[in-house]
Design a protein around this ligand. Structure first.
Ligand SMILES: *Cc1c(COP(=O)(O)O)cnc(C)c1O
Length: 450
């Protein structure tokens, strides 16, 4: 049914593993196949997205998913856990090795859950949290009003500098001293520069706050040493595991503060112990042990030179893409990037252009990006003034700096030729669109999804 080239090996894999699904449920099988074909025929530039290995997929789709239990290895609530205990212990020890951490909790179902666990562990209702504003590159789970994390706590935000759009550490410090939060959260979803975790810890110590570093977006770079590590600076480090290229899920890590004690209802317990208890029974029920197995497979992959080298290439590609956009005359937020993403202002391209319109017309041409608000954006989240470009997947598919120039030129051709008609609607000449689609397809065939 598919006319994809034979050399796309995961196609064979999908055929194999999905044999049973194909026989039993043609409808879902077709949808999954179509999703795979979509990936193979468009360029994936979503900075929050990655593609895991076939080994990770195999662990995810394994019978380990059937094991039900609660608790942690050696202290489960059901029988028959001897083997899954080993699976989880292996995942924990590999996570610690990958991040140079002293404590790892591999049970959080997502990055959001990992953050909610830390918040719930430390804070009582009404306690104060200081975090980066959502519209400035922060994350929903850092205390946004619409999120659980913003519902029960007293949250204030710090902001990036109005001119440079860079984190202003002295402003963060002033705010922390004045507000006296119990928890400071650093880490971002849309910030393209290095985050100084050491400085954040100094500020937290001065304000007598705990520090949570959420490295969801940059976890792979941190593992490889391509971005400074927060592990021994922050009290807690959280991440999603799919963004660095593993299975979906979350992770909580600790470094030197693992045994730091905290008073909880009259008793002093170690912070790591508090995280364990808050994970289960506090916030979650049964662990997804297939997911834990897949995390173990992924953490081992991250120890390889191949993985580490790729993280540096991801940055090299992002820098090249950002530079190419600058050269083409685009306003790149902060003038470039230190990590895997670049934020591009599209609102100044023509009257009425928004992030969502740019996203839609790029998608129409086979280039997948996401709209993103820029710092101090006057447009709301539904429209946004910018797009966010990320290089983890194109780098994984072996594209290099030369291809980044090509991708920038394709994006430019689309955005220059799209005419905003009304609201989020646009028109693009069909021949231009088809020309871009052809070029995208050629690029995808040369650098196939693995
Ligand atoms: C993506 C992201 C998360 C959420 O992770 P999910 O697993 O999708 O819930 C949390 N924090 C930051 C900074 C993120 O970028």
């Amino acid at each position: 049914m598919s006319d994809l080239p034979e050399k796309i090996s995961s196609h064979k894999y999908h055929d194999g593993i999905f044999g049973a699904l194909h026989e039993q449920d043609e409808e879902v099988y077709q949808l999954i196949t179509r999703e795979y074909e979509r990936l193979c025929s468009s360029i994936q530039l979503i900075a929050a997205e990655n593609q895991c290995s076939r080994a990770v997929l195999a662990a995810l789709g394994s019978i380990v998913q059937n094991k039900t239990t609660e608790g942690f290895p050696g202290a489960r609530y059901h029988g028959g856990c001897e083997i899954v205990d080993d699976v989880e212990r292996l995942a924990v020890s590999r996570a610690k090795e990958a991040f140079g951490a002293q404590y790892a909790n591999v049970q959080p179902h997502s990055g959001t859950c990992a953050n909610h666990i830390v918040l719930t562990a430390l804070l009582e209702s009404g306690d104060k949290v200081l975090s980066l504003g959502l519209d400035q590159g922060g994350h929903l789970s850092h205390g946004a009003k619409v999120s659980f994390s913003g519902k029960f706590f007293n949250v204030q935000n710090y902001y990036v500098d109005e001119e440079t759009f860079l984190l202003d550490y002295s402003a963060v410090r002033d705010k922390a001293i004045a507000f006296r939060p119990k928890l400071i959260i650093c880490g971002a979803s849309a910030y393209s520069r290095v985050i100084d975790f050491q400085k954040f810890r100094q500020i937290a110590d001065e304000a007598r706050a705990y520090l949570l570093a959420d490295i969801s977006h940059i976890a792979g770079l941190v593992i490889a040493g391509a971005h400074p590590s927060p592990i021994d600076h922050a009290h807690f480090t959280t991440t999603s595991t799919y963004k660095p290229g593993g299975p979906r899920g979350g992770l909580i890590l600790m470094g030197r503060d693992r045994d730091t004690r905290i008073a909880v209802s009259g008793n002093k317990i170690a912070l790591s112990q508090l995280i364990q208890k808050t994970t289960f029974p506090g916030m979650q029920g049964t662990p997804y042990l297939n997911n834990v197995a897949a995390k173990a497979v992924f953490f081992r992959e991250t120890l390889s030179d191949k993985y580490k080298t790729r993280q540096f290439k991801i940055i090299e590609n992002a820098k090249r893409l950002a530079n190419a956009m600058l050269t083409l005359g685009y306003d790149v937020v902060t003038g470039g990037t230190d990590n895997h993403m670049a934020l591009i202002n599209v609102a100044n391209l023509q009257d009425g252009m928004t992030g969502i319109t740019a996203q839609k017309c790029l998608e129409d041409c086979g280039i997948i990006v996401n709209k993103n608000r820029l710092p101090y954006d006057k447009k709301g989240a539904a429209l946004a003034s910018g797009i966010r470009l990320g290089t983890p997947i194109v780098t994984r598919n072996q594209m290099g700096t030369e291809q980044m120039d090509t991708v920038a030129a394709l994006i430019d051709t689309v955005l220059r030729n799209a005419k905003v008609t009304a609201n989020t609607e646009y028109e693009i000449d069909a021949s231009i669109r088809d020309g871009i689609r052809d070029k995208v397809r050629q690029l995808c065939e040369k650098f196939p999804s693995h």
